[in-house]
Design a protein around this ligand. Sequence first.
Ligand SMILES: NC(=O)c1ccc[n+]([C@@H]2O[C@H](COP(=O)([O-])OP(=O)(O)OC[C@H]3O[C@@H](n4cnc5c(N)ncnc54)[C@H](O)[C@@H]3O)[C@@H](O)[C@H]2O)c1
Length: 430
Amino acid sequence: MKERGNTRRSFIKTSGAIAAAASLPLYSGIPLYASPSNSNVLKVGLIGCGGRGTGAANQALKADKNVVLTAMADIFEDRITESHQNLLKNHPDKVKVDKANRYVGFDGFDKILNSDVDVVILATPPNFRPDHIEKAVNAGKHIFTEKPMAVDAPGVRRVLESVEKAKKKNLSIVSGFCWRYHSPKRETFGKILDGAVGDVHTIYNTYNTGALWWRDVQPGWNSMMKRMRNWIYHNWISGDHIIEQAIHSIDMMSWAFGDVKPVSITATGGRQSRIEEQYGNVYDHFAVVYEYENGAKGFHFCRQQKNCSNSYAVEVMGSEGHAMIDCIRNRHTITGKEQWRFRGEDNDMYQQEHDELFASIRSGKAMNDGEWMMRSTLLGIAGRMAAYSGQTITYDQALNSQEKLGPDYVDQNTVFEDPAIARPGITPFL
Ligand SMILES: NC(=O)c1ccc[n+]([C@@H]2O[C@H](COP(=O)([O-])OP(=O)(O)OC[C@H]3O[C@@H](n4cnc5c(N)ncnc54)[C@H](O)[C@@H]3O)[C@@H](O)[C@H]2O)c1
């Protein structure tokens, strides 16, 4: 273990240095609009005007003096109206979206791409992301994309192709894996990657939370629109909660392991407390083991069950110490050969994402979160596939999986029955 660990440490130290350099706040202290070359207006289009999309648009408008919002798209008019009112209140001079630029429907995204926006914010449910990312890159737009970026392996492969294309076109892709933009975590993970706890051999990480929201079904909603309103409960739209929500913890685990790929994935899961039909086909708990080439293991637990204890943390155990990253209490500590606690300045990670995105566009040096964001997304998907099927799968099997959860095309009249609730040992790994 030690010998192999040392080899791995050398790799991680190198990749840690790269990660630390890449994670330094860009242009900190320099007003983004100070350079004369920054005088042109950057136009933003928002796709998916829900909670996160509205938040992200708000942050984009604060990231740079010369940014305006010129188009919005959603499949529901009420969501655009609410989001537009909210943004207009906060940025009366920067929201330039009239009725003609508010696109309702599944094709609203294509209409935004045909407009002259420079940047798109992708904040729909994740099943649409591979298509949206691919089309945005083809149209030459810079991208802020919420996590996760796919719900199945064909989607992951499609995004990976777009990531390469974006690099060639010098287009920025910044991901909504927000903890990677959080100063306390950047410092803590930077220290771990620099060897503060020795060779990392075990990571235990959690996203154990309560029940989520539910939108009461209204008269006139057809079967597709019922699903779209309550998308988190349909695995082909959300990916299931291990991808849609718990992926943040899996992403931090992957970060601490230096974003290297695991060898195999074994998992269990099911639905025990959220069993009513209205909750579609998703599970309410998962437990996953990720095994790495050097013998290290990552253990992930997540659940969405009410009246249970909560935990949202990453615990990193190494040959010479231990690191605790507690997302609920916002505490970051290291014990062992080094005794350390983050006492620096906190930041708004959501704002940081956009500050760096717009700074990269202004500088002409594109940022691209593509590879690590897709590794983390695939780790979540692999955990789900291993739990659903009950099989141990390799990372490469997961990447090459042919399972496609949803239909190729979706609009409001598409009729599509959810895949049956998975039964380990019976549901195949495809
Ligand atoms: N990084 C974070 O901390 C964080 C936090 C919350 C949500 N998210 C992610 O952001 C995404 C959106 O989540 P949310 O909480 O805002 O959900 P939400 O339901 O509030 O918003 C999603 C919006 O997208 C719209 N939509 C659905 N399909 C569409 C389509 N094809 N074209 C245009 N609009 C469409 C919906 O009508 C809805 O208004 C998810 O991927 C979620 O995982 C990330």
